[in-house]
Every structure is written in structure tokens, then in C-alpha cells.
Design a protein around this ligand. Structure first.
Ligand code: FDP
Length: 328
């Protein structure tokens, strides 16, 4: 028996029709899918072509090779521009805001083309993350610095595993899998499990002595209760949390023996990392806060590449650690 799975594009088309929405977002998503499929392709063949950035690697013709992060970034810029729907983009690899269709565009896109860089040389999972906010159609444009609660969608491709998870505002968080025709198919709604049995903790344990004392204490009190997993790529680690539940954290670094290495603002980027996963987590029934216990989605960025600490995952754990962060 042939199996016909619903594709992401069918799913989105139905969604847009059901909510009486325009097709502009479909056109944008078509471009984002074009990017993801190509990053997937280059990443799968990266070791053979020498694109993974291994020292001394050359391609079969002995030519200079492009590194994966440059390839991925060029792909995003090309396809976003081509969609005609993007006003401006903010990307991890680009210092400046990238102007696109400033007059006629409808969306702002925040993206990290290749998140989890330490995995690249190993060809292990990395993420292509994106968040989308909409032009202010009712009044004067208030530019690209949008809080996550204003996003209309956010998503992540975990490459090269072939999984794609997207959250649509007030319409849930959905996971798709790539099929043999390079379509993402078979939507599954992601809801963080209430049963604590599968919950996991995920953080860079090598950093723990550099966290605030109250966070170190919370870890000691809680770590025996859950499994511990850390992949070192936010998309991969959050992918697990979405299915299994638990808490991912990248706390502020405040007690480093070399004070120059402290990161009181946190490490992860607000607009294209933390807010992207926080938006997905909210749609899956979870939460996310920063080092002060403020919801990530409420933070209005002051600059495009702003950093933040991140505590993300199942609501009871995020609420529990928020009390600690707020000193209550
Ligand atoms: P990376 O710097 O390796 O690109 O974007 C930041 C990020 O990856 C996240 O994907 C990941 O969760 C975290 O940093 C890993 O940082 P550590 O190596 O400090 O654990």
C-alpha cells in the first residue's frame, strides 16, 4: 500500500486558508524550505567536498573551499531576497542589518544559518534557526527590533537529521520529517510531556562553577532527578527537550576564574536563537526566561546581536528556576 503523507506546504496552505490569511507567508516559507534543503545537501556532502572546515582540507580539484557557515549564510540571503517578502533580515554571520525589499516587503526575518558550530567539523547535528515578525501594517513601521512575543512564527531545521519543527502563533508547534523526495512531511504536534519520567537537564556542565551560586545550588538539588544530555548545539538539545521535556539552560557566566571570560549578559543571541526556541516552546506548552527570570519573549532587543542567558523547557521547571533567579 502506498502511503501519502501530508507535506509541510499542504499543511501550511490549509492553515492559511483556515485562518483567512494571505499567501505571502507561504511564499516566504517556500524560500526558507529552499534554503534548508540546500544546507542539508551541502552538509551531507560536506566531508567529501571539504566544506566542513577541517584543517588542511581541499576539494577534489584542489581548490579553496567555502566553509559551511558561509555557504549557509549565502543561501539564506539569496532565497530571502528572492522571496520579495522580506523587509530586512538580521543574521548571525552579518554585523549589519541586511536590507532586502524595504519598500514592498512584509516580514522581518531573524536567522542563524548554522547554529552549534563545534559540531560542524564532525558532521554532527547543527541547526538552521529562524524567527519571523510582520511589518506593522496599521501604522508607522517600528523597525526590526522586535520582542519574541511579536513573532508570527519561528522554526528550526536540525541538519542533517532531516527534522523540521515550526511554531505558528497560537496554532501550536509542529514537527516534520524529510522524505525521499526532499519534502518535509507528516506533521506531529509537539506538546511538552507532563510526565517527569522522560525529563532531561541540558547545559554545559564544564561551566557549572562559573554560574551564579544560586544556580549551582539548584543544580545540585535537582540533577539526580533527571537524565542529563548535552549535544552542544541548541537546536539538537532543544529538539530533545521538546519531545522528552525538562530544562535546557545556558546561564550567565559570572564566576569565571578569569574575569575577562565572564558573560553576565549570557552567550546565546536573543533574536535568532533564544526568542526562536522560546516561541516554539511557548506553543508547545513550555516557557523560557533570562537570568532575571524575565520571560524571553517579553525582552525588547536594544541591538540586533544582543545576548541573553536562557532557561527553557517544561513550565514547572522554568517556574521553579525563575523563583531562584528572582531571589524568592
Ligand atoms: P556554538 O557557539 O557552538 O555555535 O550559538 C551558540 C551555541 O553553539 C549553541 O548552539 C549551543 O547551545 C551553545 O552555543 C554551545 O556552547 P558551549 O560550547 O559553550 O557549550
Amino acid at each position: 500500500m502506498l502511503q501519502f503523507e501530508q507535506t509541510f506546504m499542504d499543511f501550511l496552505l490549509e492553515h492559511q486558508e483556515r485562518y483567512n490569511r494571505t499567501y505571502h507567508f507561504l511564499i516566504l516559507m517556500n524560500s526558507i524550505l529552499n534554503v534548508a534543503k540546500r544546507i542539508q545537501h551541502y552538509y551531507l556532502t560536506g566531508a567529501l567536498r571539504g566544506n566542513l572546515g577541517l584543517a588542511g582540507s581541499v576539494n577534489v580539484q584542489g581548490e579553496d573551499v567555502m566553509k559551511m557557515d558561509e555557504i549557509a549564510n549565502d543561501l539564506v540571503k539569496h532565497y530571502l531576497k528572492r522571496s520579495g517578502r522580506v523587509i530586512q533580515a538580521v543574521g548571525e554571520e552579518e554585523e549589519e542589518i541586511i536590507p532586502m525589499n524595504v519598500e514592498g516587503g512584509r516580514y522581518f526575518v531573524y536567522y542563524d544559518p548554522m547554529d552549534g558550530s563545534s559540531n560542524v567539523v564532525h558532521n554532527l547535528p547543527i541547526g538552521f534557526l529562524f524567527g519571523v515578525a510582520k511589518r506593522n501594517l496599521e501604522g508607522p513601521e517600528d523597525m526590526h527590533l522586535r520582542a519574541g512575543r511579536e513573532y508570527i512564527a519561528s522554526g528550526m531545521f536540525v541538519i542533517p537529521t532531516g527534522t523540521f519543527t515550526i511554531a505558528l502563533r497560537e496554532a501550536g508547534c509542529w514537527r516534520f520529517h524529510i522524505d525521499e523526495t526532499f519534502n518535509y512531511v507528516k506533521p506531529t504536534r509537539m506538546v511538552l510531556p507532563e510526565n517527569k519520567k522522560s525529563w532531561e537537564l541540558s547545559f554545559n556542565s564544564a561551566n557549572r562553577s562559573t554560574f551564579a551560586e544560586k544556580i549551582q545550588k539548584w543544580i545540585v538539588e535537582n540533577e539526580q532527578k533527571y537524565a542529563f544530555r548535552y549535544m552542544g548545539a541548541l537546536a539538537g538539545d532543544f529538539h530533545r527537550i521538546l519531545l522528552n521535556g525538562g530544562l535546557f539552560m545556558y546561564p550567565a557566566i559570572v564566576n569565571h576564574p578569569d574575569p575577562k571570560k565572564n558573560r553576565p549578559q549570557g552567550k546565546l543571541r536573543l533574536m535568532y536563537e533564544a526568542a526562536v526556541v522560546a516561541f516554539m516552546c511557548r506553543e508547545a506548552g513550555g516557557g523560557a526566561v533570562d537570568e532575571t527570570g524575565t520571560p524571553i519573549l517579553d525582552i525588547v532587543p536594544q541591538k540586533p546581536h544582543q545576548r541573553t542567558a536562557l532557561y527553557l523547557g517544561s513550565k514547572p521547571l522554568v517556574e521553579d528556576i525563575s523563583l531562584v533567579l528572582k531571589g524568592q
